[in-house]
Design a protein around this ligand. Structure first.
Ligand code: BDR
Ligand code: CA
Length: 317
């Protein structure tokens, strides 16, 4: 059965990988890319999301969302991880099309109400748009099939601080609001994603099999792999955002533990995702282990088909 998907994203190198995987997957229909600040400023995120959809000739909406967190000032974009424009060393890429005039949270609300209990929301950036969605339409919780969030570090250290993972750290107040709401959440965090690694040869293989889109993913992965070498001492690409989308298509590759969560919103530990004593909080399905080799293979097998699928889409008109 096809899954209707909205990806809320700050593209971003691993965001681009996740999005091209979703565009190429036969069991996923991407209804919209909604954008948020994070890896880049939101205007860059929107431009990059439009570019990705045009690269794949994929007919989905793109809508711009939050430029800053709900309450605190924005952290600087992580250009050192994703490049000045979000796609490694590549200069700004200009899309032909434009974003939908509605803000991201309105587009998400409209689509979820149009397809009740059918849409999976996959936020792979800061959770600001999702918190805005809850403020804008509190009953939307019963219209969303589930959220599969890339973010958090529940039983392990963070990546931007010892405590916090980047997406949660960029808007901890929003994340806490999202975890407090009564809807089904799966959390694909550093507990598993920091152990799921592709390497340069994997991306070169993608370029051989799909010179256009695989070639683009290979070019941008280079910057990311060099960054991760400075952090983990290996030339690898940690597959954060792609793992969240693979979790939707191949849930059997991951095991989960149900844990209600709080987010720390002040002090040194700001952005930490911690088990909550609050009995009113619905447990989050936290990913705790995964078959990393199979997740990488699943990602690579689908992305090897990206050019062919684009051509088929173009030929179908
Ligand atoms: C998350 O932060 C961003 O750098 C990545 O795109 C991913 O969503 C990993 O912590
Ligand atoms: Ca991201």
């Amino acid at each position: 059965m096809t899954t209707k998907l909205i990806i809320d994203t700050d593209p971003g190198i691993d965001d681009a990988m996740a999005i091209h995987y979703a565009f190429a997957h036969p069991d996923i229909e991407v209804l919209a890319l909604t954008t948020v600040f994070g890896n880049v400023w939101v205007e860059q995120a929107t431009r990059n999301a439009l570019v990705l959809a045009e690269q794949a000739h994929y007919p989905c909406l793109v809508a711009e969302g939050a430029a800053r967190p709900i309450t605190m000032p924005a952290n600087d974009p992580s250009h050192y991880v994703h490049g000045d424009e979000g796609f490694g060393d590549l200069p700004a890429m200009m899309p032909k099309g434009k974003a939908d005039p509605r803000p991201a949270h309105e587009v998400i609300a409209d689509l979820c109400r149009q397809y009740p209990q059918e849409i999976v929301l996959a936020p792979v950036g800061p959770l600001t748009n999702i918190a805005r969605l809850l403020d804008y339409d509190p009953e939307i919780t019963s219209y969303v099939k589930k959220l599969v969030i890339m973010g958090g570090a529940v039983f392990c250290n963070g990546n931007v601080t010892d405590y916090a993972e980047a997406n949660i750290w960029n808007d901890p107040h929003a994340a806490d609001q999202v975890f407090a709401a009564d809807w089904p959440i799966e959390l694909i965090g550093l507990d598993i994603t920091q152990k799921i690694k592709c390497n340069g040869d994997d991306f070169k293989m993608l370029e051989d099999k799909a010179p256009e889109i695989g070639g683009f993913l290979n070019r941008i992965s280079d910057f990311y792999i060099k960054f991760y070498h400075t952090v983990v001492g290996e030339y690898v690409c940690l597959m954060h955002d792609p793992t969240a989308i693979v979790a939707i298509t191949n849930p059997d590759l991951i095991t989960y533990q149900d844990v209600p969560l709080n987010v720390i919103t002040a002090g040194d530990e700001i952005g930490q995702t911690v088990p909550s004593d609050d009995a009113t909080r619905r447990p989050v399905r936290v990913a705790v282990s995964a078959d990393g080799a199979k997740i990488c293979k699943t990602f690579l097998d689908i992305c090897a088909e990206t050019d062919k699928i684009k051509t088929d889409r173009q030929n179908a008109g």
